[in-house]
Design a protein around this ligand. Structure first.
Ligand code: AMP
Ligand code: MG
Length: 418
């Protein structure tokens, strides 16, 4: 058993040992946001299903209309009339005859009557006595949306494994789909360990602290759409830990605990895991979060995160999240990196990956500059709360000089389009 891995070895090992959930459920489309599509959806109709006008104006046969107006001015005769013989509005088609020399008044979204090939917009015409005078001719086919130009019947509309966005919900509705098959949310059981850990609504005795990990963890799990089973706080008691973990493993796809994975006298998680499950590794060459344990209990994956609040958040975001995304049936997400210049020296020890909390900003010339948050202690949650990025400093790097480029992982993203 290899016990200390590099960051990239640990990531690979975790993903290799992550299965994909196979149970699915059917949902109303309106409840499908951020759920993972379990079946490729084929488009049952053309979208739009009929050729329609993209603008308010007049449907014409452009060659005929042009001929009528040009020949009239060439021969210095009164212009030939382009008569307006009808009207089509959205939802109310024009059912009259086609006359190639005439025009139909048309509104956005209305069916373009057969025989007409172009729409000239209101701004480019004058109308007198029911006749149309075109000031500026559009090109043939102008201002018309062809049937099927968005999606064609039989085409793939949404692929299996896609996480549904707001646009996807609209797209599925646009082809008349009202129910969807999605992967069930993975069940993730969490608990905090430690004799000193108390709930925020309890009073603290000497030597006790409030549980922050379970709240940060639940927040991150919610963001990636997991079904959370909150098992509370369990004391440093191997018998209890064994019992709770054993029970939880049969009702969850993944188990995440914080604390008790180091080498202290009362760090029982590894011993317990050895007895009731399997340890794959328990150390990674990283900072923060070196004592990170990965293994399994029955069919459930087990992640033992360090107790320090920042270590648990960072290791979750870098090692657990990609695994849970895979477990949920979703496509893997590439980490989004932005190059930024170091605003001062960044101290770093070679031979391990460091994830430093950073604060970046955009300068007037468009370049990004980053400085590490002031206190990088792995218990300082305040600096995590103030940070807006993680500075990724890979194994081979040592101290970074002011002005050198580093890769940052910004926290922000487009919240509504994603
Ligand atoms: P451990 O990994 O159990 O040795 O814990 C490392 C440090 O993190 C200790 O100072 C613990 O008191 C602290 N800690 C452990 N669990 C939590 C928690 N749930 N919330 C806040 N701090 C914690
Ligand atoms: Mg502890």
């Amino acid at each position: 058993m290899v016990q200390i891995l590099t960051a990239s070895e640990a990531k690979k090992s975790i993903l290799k040992n992550t299965f994909v959930i196979d149970s699915t459920e059917e949902l109303e489309l309106k409840n499908g946001l951020s759920r993972v599509c379990a079946k490729t959806i084929i488009c049952p109709i053309d979208v739009p299903s009929y050729t329609n006008s993209a603008m308010d104006g007049y449907a014409i046969n452009v060659d005929n209309a042009r001929k009528r107006q040009t020949s009239a001015s060439l021969w210095n005769r009164a212009p030939e009339k382009i008569k307006i013989i009808g009207k089509a509005t959205a939802g109310h088609p024009y059912y009259g005859d086609f006359n190639e020399d005439a025009a139909i008044q048309i509104m956005t979204g209305a069916i373009v009557p057969a025989g007409y090939d172009t729409v000239v917009i209101n701004e480019d015409v004058t109308v007198s006595n029911g006749n149309l005078n075109i000031k500026e001719f559009p090109k043939k086919g102008g201002n018309i949306r062809e049937a099927g130009e968005d999606l064609r019947k039989g085409e793939v509309c949404i692929s299996k494994h896609k996480t549904l966005t707001a646009a996807d919900l609209g797209l599925l509705a646009s082809v008349g789909i009202s129910k969807i098959s999605v992967f069930k949310k993975p069940k993730v059981a969490i608990f905090s360990t430690g004799d000193e850990i108390k709930n925020p609504n309890e009073s603290l005795s000497v030597g006790q602290i409030y549980d922050s990990n379970r709240f940060s963890l639940a927040g991150m799990l919610q963001k990636i759409g997991m079904d959370i089973i909150d098992l509370g706080i369990i004391p440093d008691n191997p018998i209890m830990l064994k019992k709770i973990l054993g029970n939880a493993s049969s009702s969850s796809d993944a188990l995440i605990t914080t604390g008790g994975v180091s080498v202290g006298e009362r760090d029982y998680m590894k011993t317990v895991l050895n007895e009731i499950g399997k340890i794959l590794f328990w150390k990674i060459k990283i900072k923060p979060g070196r004592p990170f344990t990965f293994g399994s209990i029955d069919k459930s994956m087990y992640f033992g995160l360090p107790g320090n609040p920042v270590s648990s958040m960072v290791t979750f975001s870098q090692f657990v999240m990609p695994s849970l995304i895979k477990l949920s049936g979703a496509q893997p997400q590439e980490t989004f990196f932005l190059p930024a210049k170091a605003a001062g020296e960044i101290r770093k020890i070679k031979g391990r990956t460091e994830y430093q909390r950073g604060i970046y900003e955009k300068k007037e010339n468009g370049s990004y500059w980053v400085k590490p948050a002031e206190d990088q202690g792995s218990g300082i949650l305040n600096s995590m709360s103030r940070a807006n990025c993680i500075i990724h400093l890979t194994d081979e790097l040592s101290n970074v000089k002011k002005g050198e480029s580093v890769l940052i992982e910004p926290f922000m993203a487009n919240k509504v389009l994603n």
